[in-house]
Design a protein around this ligand. Structure first.
Ligand code: NAI
Ligand code: DG6
Length: 532
């Protein structure tokens, strides 16, 4: 079928033998180029590799529902109100003038990729990322979800104190029409005790199997009621404490399912939601830092080929850190310490003022520079094989890195973050850089939820084929590490390295989307500009 003769679901048409179009699929050929490296007596022996793949992307965008756990929180209510403002084209007055709704802050809707060069003008041509492949438009997402607080969605938006009043006033009836969140699972041991007053909309009893079945039925009903093809279940509820990983309880899929039947105390609400989504064959994304994805969840997702992604939205301070630390290390400058402090006054901050919940956040905020440090053995001494366990030599050299979070109610959702980067420079010199960053928490986080939901839906429609193995098309591996750009502590395929570098994460996503339409390489080489 000629590419232009088919239904237009994206604005890009690739004319090449690499790419073919039918009414239902875009199919592309892609060569995955890399290199095998072995070290022999101090010498690096590099063998270039090239492995042929094919990708097949279903062109029909699924009618998609987004069910948020914690729907009535700041993120859930802000996301709902801003989608409604966009959908109904509500404009509002601020003290600076008239404001239009938009999707600024969304990688998919507000950033572009370079496709190539217009031969007529010799100028680069950029398109919105959302044009590369057919994707759900945020305005079309069907919204729903659960919350342990039964406040109606208009009340939840008001309680959040995030949006300008003139917007709240106009969007109020649309929010009220969404109704109240569904009752949710509340196990007080997992979130801060200071959240108890909110918990007026909870599933009765302590039977975890019954709770699991209830949530599964909610997902099915939501799907049916709205005629949906796909439901993305998204955890944007309070940060939980870490669950203990206990052999025989949550270490394998079967043990976890048995532990749920036995209502074991270490099975958290977020793990139950993840299991419910997996058993329903719907994707689950974790926007908070706790270890929802205990080994048993990952094994279950693998077994049922059901997609999962996480952990913890990377919105303000950490996003900047992942760029800044990489800049220093890649510039050959050695960070000696990174001291990160922030205070905020929203309900998330309140919950994080409890030690165990803070610990979960501290872990996800702290891991973000690890791979950049590990990538530069010129600056940081790598782990020494044979060094006594637990010593500095065994762990490898690392900058001192601390994370402090304080709850200051007065500043509400407007988090203030200070980061000090203290580094070694040329010949024993020192450099200190301080960054003050005012992060409007929910307004930075909300577009990430959209990107995660939309990308997740897309990735459920992409299949790949390992050509050299003569294999048939099959879905991607269930842990969606391509979502890493939006996440602080990306969940990756067990046994593979986490990439925290924001640039590398974006490049990976861009390269993947382009590969699906048969375009290879990000071509920053710009060879045509370097040769005669
Ligand atoms: P929030 O505290 O305003 O909202 C959380 C909501 O979850 C509340 O309405 C609460 O009642 C509800 N909840 C708690 N346990 C629940 C359960 N078991 N089932 C259903 N609902 C439950 O918090 P916010 O600001 O919306 O953030 C949500 C999550 O996202 C937090 O875990 C936070 O750490 C994480 N996050 C937030 C970012 C931001 O910038 N706002 C960025 C990164 C992560
Ligand atoms: C304070 O750090 C509270 C947190 O929930 C953050 O607001 C959230 O995780 C976003 O963090 P960051 O570091 O990406 O701005």
């Amino acid at each position: 079928v000629h590419p232009t003769a088919v239904r237009r679901t994206s604005s890009i048409v690739v004319q090449s033998e690499q790419t073919s179009y039918t009414n239902d699929y875009i199919t592309s050929k892609f060569t995955n180029r890399g290199a095998d490296v072995t070290v022999v007596e101090g010498q690096y022996i590099v063998t270039p590799t090239a492995k042929p793949f094919e990708f097949q992307t279903a062109r029909k965008v699924a009618k998609t529902g987004l069910m948020m756990v914690g729907w009535g929180g700041n993120n859930g209510s802000t996301l709902s109100a801003t989608i409604l403002a966009n959908r109904h084209n509500i404009i509002w007055h601020t003290k600076s003038g008239v404001q239009q709704p938009n999707y600024i802050g969304s990688l998919l809707r507000a950033s572009t990729v370079r496709l190539g060069v217009d031969p007529a003008t010799n100028k680069d041509v950029y398109v919105p990322i959302s044009d590369v492949l057919p994707m759900v438009h945020p305005n079309d997402l069907v919204l729903g979800g659960w919350d342990i607080s039964g406040a109606r969605m208009d009340e939840a938006m008001k309680r959040a104190q995030v949006l300008d009043w003139d917007l709240q006033r106009q969007v109020m009836p649309h929010m009220a029409a969404l109704g109240s969140p569904l009752p949710s699972i509340y196990y007080p041991d997992f979130i801060a005790a200071n959240q108890e007053a909110r918990a007026d909309n909870v599933l009765p009893g302590t039977d975890k199997q019954a709770h699991l079945e209830h949530i599964r039925a909610d997902i099915r009903r939501f799907k049916e009621q709205h005629g949906l093809d796909r439901v993305v279940v998204f955890w944007t509820a309070n940060t939980e404490r870490y669950s203990d990983i206990i052999p025989g309880v949550n270490d394998t899929a079967d043990n976890l399912l048995a532990a749920i039947k036995a209502s074991h105390s270490e099975v958290s609400p977020s793990t139950l939601f993840a299991v419910a989504a997996i058993l329903e064959g719907e994707p689950f994304v974790n926007g908070a830092p706790q270890n929802t994805f205990v080994p048993g969840v990952i094994q279950l997702a693998e077994r049922l080929q059901s997609f999962i992604g996480g952990d913890d939205l990377k919105s303000g301070q950490t996003k900047l850190k992942s760029v800044f630390a990489e800049f220093l290390v890649n510039a050959g400058i050695k960070p000696l310490s990174i001291a990160s402090y922030n205070h905020l006054g929203n309900n998330d901050g309140h919950n994080l003022s409890a030690e165990r919940q803070f610990k979960s956040k501290e872990i996800s905020k702290s891991s973000v520079v690890d791979d950049m440090v590990a990538a530069n053995a010129l600056l940081f001494k790598p782990p020494q094989p044979g060094a006594p366990a637990g010593t500095k030599d065994a762990k490898g050299e690392h900058p001192d890195h601390i994370v402090v979070i304080k709850y200051v109610p007065a500043v509400g959702d407007s988090k203030r973050a200070i980061d000090e980067y203290y580094s070694e420079i040329f010949c024993g010199g020192r450099s200190t850089i301080n960054i003050f960053n005012e992060c409007e928490d929910s307004l930075l986080a909300t577009p990430l939820i959209l990107d995660l939901a939309i990308l997740t839906e897309l990735l459920t429609r992409v299949k790949y084929r390992d050509v050299s193995a003569g294999k048939d098309f099959k879905p991607l591996y269930p842990v969606l590490s391509l979502l890493s750009y939006m996440l602080k502590a990306p969940l990756v395929k067990p046994g593979t390295d986490v990439v925290n570098s924001l640039n590398r994460q974006r490049n990976a996503l861009e390269a993947f989307l382009k590969a699906c339409v048969g375009l290879e390489g990000s071509s920053d080489l710009l060879l045509e500009t370097r040769v005669w």
